[in-house]
Ligand binder design. Sequence first.
Ligand code: CAA
Length: 691
Amino acid sequence: MSMVDQTRQGQILVLTINNPPVNAFSPGVPEGLHAGLDVAEQDSGVKAVVIIGGGRTFIAGADIKTFDLPREQAPNLRGFVARLDAFGKPTVAAIHGTALGGGLELAMACTYRVADKGAQLGLPEVKLGVLPGAGGTQRLPRVVGAQKALEMMLSGNPIKASEALQLGLVDELAEGDLLSAAVKFASDHADARPLPRISERSAQGSPEVFAAAREGIKKTHKGQLSPSFIVDLAEMATNQSFEAGWDAEARLFVQAKDSPQSRGLRHIFFAEREAGKIPGLTKDTPTTEIKSAGVIGAGTMGGGIAMNFLNVGLPVTIVETSQEALDRGLSVIRRNYENTAKKGRMTQDDVEKRLALLTPTLEMEGLKDADIIIEAVFENMDVKKDIFGKLDQIAKPGAILASNTSTLDVNEIASVTKRPESVIGLHFFSPANVMKLLEIVRADNTSDTVLATSMALARKIKKVGVVVGVCDGFVGNRMIHHYGEEARKLVEEGARPQDVDAAMHALGLPMGPFEMSDMAGLDVGYLIRQHQAKVAGKPKPDGWLDQIVEQGRKGQKTQAGIYDYPDGRKPVPSPATDELLSRYRAEKNLSRREISPEELTKRLTYSLVNEGAQILDEGIAQRAGDIDVIYIYGYGFPAYRGGPMQYADEQGLGNVVADLEKYGQPPAPLLRKLAEEGKTFAQWDREKGRA
Ligand code: CAA
């Protein structure tokens, strides 16, 4: 079947694009569309052309997979859009599903646009680190004005068909069948001359609009390239000819597309979708329907987890051991919702509706009908085993028994039940109602159904689920442990904590390792270190971080940790920490040296990469892309860097290995092997790791 079908409806030629699943502008599509226009040009019986998408959507944009092809091999969207703009007969875009990016650009180069009521229209290119590259930056401001165009192009979020109608972006909403409405519209406008062309209009926008946009992107898109290009181009639409803007757009598009930022964002686009695919699990793997949930523990994690279910209308039974803890947990959930309501993001009615779905109880028996039960009590194996033993007695057959453990062995937890196939780890990230990541820990006996249901559940509660294997800390925390260790060493060698954190800010992370530790609470790591040393019969740990905790400085919660928190939240470098460090270095005879910001960034980032490579080698993560998704959605790694593994690919794995050696971190065998073979993690994913 051709990628573009031609059919005649009277004097109207209908071109239907068939490039499932989303009718991206892939090789073959422009050829088919040009052939259609050739026919329309040559056949005097054709009065107008309708372009429509077959299947679920109009064109969802340029084919992102072709971005790295040499120019002559990539489908020429601009060429087709230019032809449409100059075409001598009316053309109508019939839009359903999502007209995104190049799809909307193509539609704007048509003479008219008719949309299905459920359609959405947008220019999401900024999310891929590029900009609308087929006239979008020049046409959208000419239709909706610069302010609205900037809002759409900088957020990347689509608008609904009804709004598009109001804005004049579509000419008509179809009543009933879209194709019939578009054909009728085309017939009614077949003789309209001169043909209205958006490129011939002028665009409205005041200097203040652009000044505000430039200020805005400093906050929303700090460090990113393409948003400032978008603002410059939108401004050109208001004060230069269409041709000048169109040419500048082409230049800046290529510059943005060829940047590491765009490569990083595109990598994450595909990695996120790939993460949903699990080797060995097909689309037909049966899933169970989750109609209700149980949560054990109403602390910070338990409460946040419960909110995820309430938010999508699933009833939750929440269990605590004392009325006081239960009341406290409930009041935190209520306060969270009420704060959201105060910000105008939900109504008080919604708050009450969500809370009405919550059943608090002190009885584990209350969980007997739940389809999934998530244990979220503190990290203690004996306590967890006790709970799972009880759950085994109480839960109905087929219920999923999940632990929110962040470190413990899910196999050991499962071993106390007679149904290890129902047991899985679901590791939420704090705050659990906000962070998008869900590490889905597949234990040895977890059934395919439980795994597939958990993946589907992640999507339902709007999380990005990534499957990981059992090991201490799973993927995210196991890597962060090494990062924390490297940060600690850097301070011993002479760096100030604020310099270490600043090195990660420079990379685009909102927090450095020490700000993160202060927020999580320094006592957590302290207790683990003390416990591990005791178990191993080693002397009591006495590092500088241990000494800080022993001064009662436990982090943000005590308003003092590595930093001081005079206003309760904002970290300020602490003279007490400086003093402690000077004393500590003197006591331990540590010499101090200047460490460059470059060394700080490399050592910290590569400590993640090195452990990531080890995790891949052990099969704990399926793909380097999965690790990147974990770091973007769970740890605030900037998406435009593509995650730590993609960042390493950009640096060249040979360089990463050389730097690790220089800084005294032994490179993981897989990393060394890939570097020797001149390969990247992305190649490893393609060759070995993918489903
Ligand atoms: N190019 C190539 N593949 C694409 C694609 C695109 N533009 N959009 C989606 N796909 C692929 C996905 O990778 C996925 O593939 P697999 O099934 O192999 O994983 C498949 O299509 C289905 O996508 P989703 O799983 O995301 O499906 P969905 O129904 O949840 O969402 C969508 C559909 C809203 C279209 C979403 O895929 C999306 O937002 N796509 C990106 C749209 C976009 O960014 N367009 C602009 C492209 S850049 C551009 O056009 C530049 C220019 O100006 C010249």
